[in-house]
Design a protein around this ligand. Structure first.
Ligand SMILES: NC(=O)c1ccc[n+]([C@@H]2O[C@H](COP(=O)([O-])OP(=O)(O)OC[C@H]3O[C@@H](n4cnc5c(N)ncnc54)[C@H](O)[C@@H]3O)[C@@H](O)[C@H]2O)c1
Length: 438
């Protein structure tokens, strides 16, 4: 038995070291596609599996739909046969490793929606075999890998740490970040057993610059939740500061810039129109859901969630007040939103606070338009809009900068607009009575 274990382990180690291991990535989205590309670039033969026919088709055509992956990088990898995509899970039978990168959204009740992980694992289990390394990368509550994924794979009769290897490794990608991308962001990995951690670490070290092994899957799961909760709470704190400063007539941006000159013990966070994206507004609620089961209320998370959730309302009030001061009622006013993606220089609309701000203003009777070089059309919640040229600000009663894309011409904007509400301090250093800052 022990001999057999050693054989399975060293065979997989050997395949990984020599890059003969056949790598699988389940879920080819913002996380999965860049990861697939990194392993293909490192010389592995990579198969991406997605439920979306369209994504599989585009990958196989070398046509990237993820901003951080240029088609010029993807295309040659597909052409050389290093990377392919499929919707057929029977490919698992031929694979040695699988990274699971499927969505982990919240249900309407703010409970974790584990259906994507469960469905992916069920599909993998149907073709699972000895000698595989499986790594869950989807952000989730501590305990998921051991309590949910492991039992599904163990039904095969295979034993973890002996016949197969199972880890959790949090994905830390920051879409649109030009400095840190998949390859140079340190990779935390924790396995169900020490042998699993070792195998996971060996695997990532073939394609990524630095691996950080930790003692268990739960630690690795919690690392991600600490990182994202840290951001969410600090953003909540600074948003509350913005509300306080607004009431007291203090410029919150100037306060933060000055505080940031302290060379130790302070890290600047910035206020804004609300939280967006698929991580910060969602992940901390995975933690609070889990801790509630253990009898602990995650009070910081709930409070920061409440304050951050108020910000779109605060922005809508600011716009309405600015229009009132200009002698125009919000009802019937033309409001032009600059930037609708959830953050600068990306095309991702998920949870974007721009949508909340726009809906609130629409409900108050405003006539909306927007410009966003990354989002050509907007068809949600009864809105059906197309991105207008930046010159459209001339015709607006009020312009609201919601997402501060670097492609916008801010000088021209101030020249052309008659009133600007700036929720991002994009007009830092510009002095004009037209500008109302958050
Ligand atoms: N986007 C980010 O910046 C980011 C950063 C860190 C962590 N994460 C986490 O990584 C995970 C993936 O996020 P994402 O942004 O890549 O999501 P995404 O929606 O961009 O991609 C997920 C992909 O999984 C596919 N999919 C869904 N169910 C599937 C199934 N059963 N089998 C195979 N494929 C399936 C979808 O079609 C989609 O292509 C989430 O848990 C997220 O919280 C995301």
């Amino acid at each position: 038995m022990w001999e057999n274990t050693k054989v399975i382990r060293s065979a997989l180690e050997e395949k990984i070291r020599t890059r003969a291991a056949r790598v699988g990535i389940v879920g080819l989205g913002y996380v999965g596609l860049p990861l697939a590309v990194e392993f293909a670039r490192a010389g592995f033969s990579v198969t991406g599996i997605d439920v979306s026919q369209e994504k599989a088709r585009r990958v196989n055509a070398g046509d990237s739909y993820v901003g951080d992956v240029p088609s010029a990088t993807l295309g040659p990898l597909v052409k050389s046969g290093k990377l392919r995509a499929t919707v057929d899970f029977s490919a698992v039978a031929e694979l040695d490793t699988i990274n699971i990168c499927v969505p982990t959204p919240l249900r309407k009740t703010k409970d974790p929606d584990m259906s994507y992980i469960v469905s992916a694992c069920q599909q993998i289990a149907g073709h699972f075999h000895a000698g595989m390394l499986i790594i869950l990368e989807s952000t989730t509550y501590p305990g998921t890998t051991d309590e949910l994924v492991l039992p599904m794979l163990s039904k095969s009769g295979l034993e973890v740490g002996r016949d197969f290897f199972l880890c959790f490794s949090p994905e830390r990608v920051d879409p649109g970040n030009p400095k840190f991308q998949t390859a140079n962001i340190p990779k935390v990995v924790g396995g169900c057993t020490p042998a699993c951690t070792k195998m996971g670490g060996l695997f990532y070290s073939q394609a990524l610059e630095r691996v950080v092994p930790v003692g268990s899957t739960q630690v690795a799961e919690m690392v991600k939740l600490l990182e994202n909760t840290f951001r969410m709470i600090n953003i909540g704190l600074v948003n509350e500061m913005a509300l306080m400063c607004d009431r007291m007539g203090i410029d919150v941006w100037e306060v933060i810039d000055a505080a940031a000159t302290k060379p130790f013990g302070f890290m600047p966070f910035y206020p804004g129109p609300g939280l967006g994206g698929h991580c910060i507004p969602i992940d901390p609620f995975y933690l609070s859901w889990k801790t509630r089961q253990a009898g602990i209320e995650a009070r910081f998370i709930e409070l920061a969630g409440y304050i951050n959730g108020q910000m779109p309302h605060f922005v809508a009030d600011k716009v309405q007040n600015a229009l009132n001061d200009a002698g125009k009622p919000v009802k019937g006013s033309r409001i032009h939103v600059m930037g609708v993606a959830y953050k600068r220089d990306i095309d991702d609309m998920r949870e974007s606070p721009a949508l909340d701000v726009m809906l609130l203003l629409k409900r108050r009777g405003a006539v909306l338009s927007y410009s966003d070089p990354y989002v050509p059309g907007l068809r949600v919640d009864g809105m059906d809009l197309e991105s207008a040229p930046e010159e459209s600000v001339t015709a607006a009663d009020c312009v609201v900068i919601v997402t501060d894309h670097s492609a916008f011409d801010y000088q021209a904007l101030v020249r052309r607009a008659c009133l600007v509400v700036d929720t991002r301090n994009a007009l830092k250093g510009v002095n004009s009575s037209k500008i109302v800052r958050l």
